[in-house]
Design a protein. Structure first.
Length: 293
């Protein structure tokens, strides 16, 4: 009992002598760590906005964060009574060792090919990255499902990052009948893309004849938009193409089968599927090559 009372008395004396220093040191440590975390987050977001494709950002941010944490721990130790010169030496040693280890081991450390909020396709999953831990990545698909994917599975598979670059190319492919005005169709399709404010002027929109197919002339419109505008711009351009072609009287092609009738009412010859726009076309849908009919 006397031993317990003696220990409590010594603890009370210690708290009386150093209690204020301990509280202040603990306060400096907590506030400093929170401030270091806030600076680290702001630095990462700022550098990613300025240089979205830079690969040195994680190394730089980790180095700055380690130095900030070391400074906070040093300040807390000095507040508690440690000698500044000793803590400065310790801080220098810890910082140099930590930075050296990061630089040396960085090439051997696997990194994820995306960041939080990126839209990616990993394996059979297409969705937005919500969070990443050391073991798994949390993805939310566009139908509202949440998946926790092991990082080792992602690193061993092909990953498509749809937001890695700042721009994306939009494809507007259409097929017109052979009896339509090809040059007019090309001009109209190019005008549709040029008139859209989201379409980049450099490189400018282009229209190509992709193929002379068995039942149509295939045209391909190509233009570039900002990554964030890709899906909405693509859907709008497709809708505008349909409405504008209808307004200009440019007819789209569709598979068609010709049927020839003999004078006696029997089918004559072999069914043949001509090129689009044949005057005898009846609009019967058919697919495949002529030789396989």
């Amino acid at each position: 009992m006397e031993n317990e009372l003696s220990r409590l008395q010594k603890l009370g004396e210690t708290m009386t002598l150093h209690g204020t220093q301990m509280v202040l040191a603990l306060l400096v440590l907590i506030v400093g760590l929170l401030l270091a975390r806030w600076i680290d987050k702001g630095l990462r977001n700022g550098l990613r906005r300025l240089m979205p494709t830079a690969t040195f950002i994680p190394v730089l941010c980790n180095t700055v964060y380690i130095i900030l944490v070391a400074l906070v721990v040093t300040a807390a130790a000095i507040e508690f009574g440690a000698k500044p010169i000793n803590m400065l030496r310790l801080l220098t040693i810890i910082s140099l060792v930590s930075v050296g280890l990061i630089i040396f081991f960085r090439p051997f450390m696997p990194t994820m090919p995306f960041k939080v909020k990126d839209t990616v396709k990993a394996g059979n999953l297409l969705g937005k990255v919500e969070a990443m831990t050391f073991l798994n990545t949390r993805m939310r698909t566009f139908d509202g499902k949440t998946f926790f994917v092991p990082n080792r599975q992602i690193l061993n598979d092909i990953v498509i990052n749809y937001q890695y670059s700042g721009t994306r190319r939009v494809k507007v492919d259409v097929g017109i009948r052979y009896d339509q005005d090809l040059l007019k169709a090309k001009r109209v399709l190019e005008a549709i893309m040029t008139e859209d404010a989201r379409v980049k002027t450099k490189p400018g929109p282009m229209v190509y004849v992709l193929n002379l197919a068995s039942n149509c002339v295939e045209l391909g419109g190509r233009c570039w938009v900002d990554n964030k505008d890709y899906w909405v711009a693509r859907c709008d351009l497709l809708e505008k193409t349909k409405l504008r072609f209808d307004h200009e009287g440019i007819q789209f092609a569709f598979p068609q089968l010709d049927l020839h009738i003999n004078d006696d009412g029997t089918h004559g010859g072999r069914p043949r599927r001509p090129m689009q726009g044949h005057p005898m076309g009846l609009g019967t849908h058919e697919t495949g090559d002529e030789e396989n009919i």
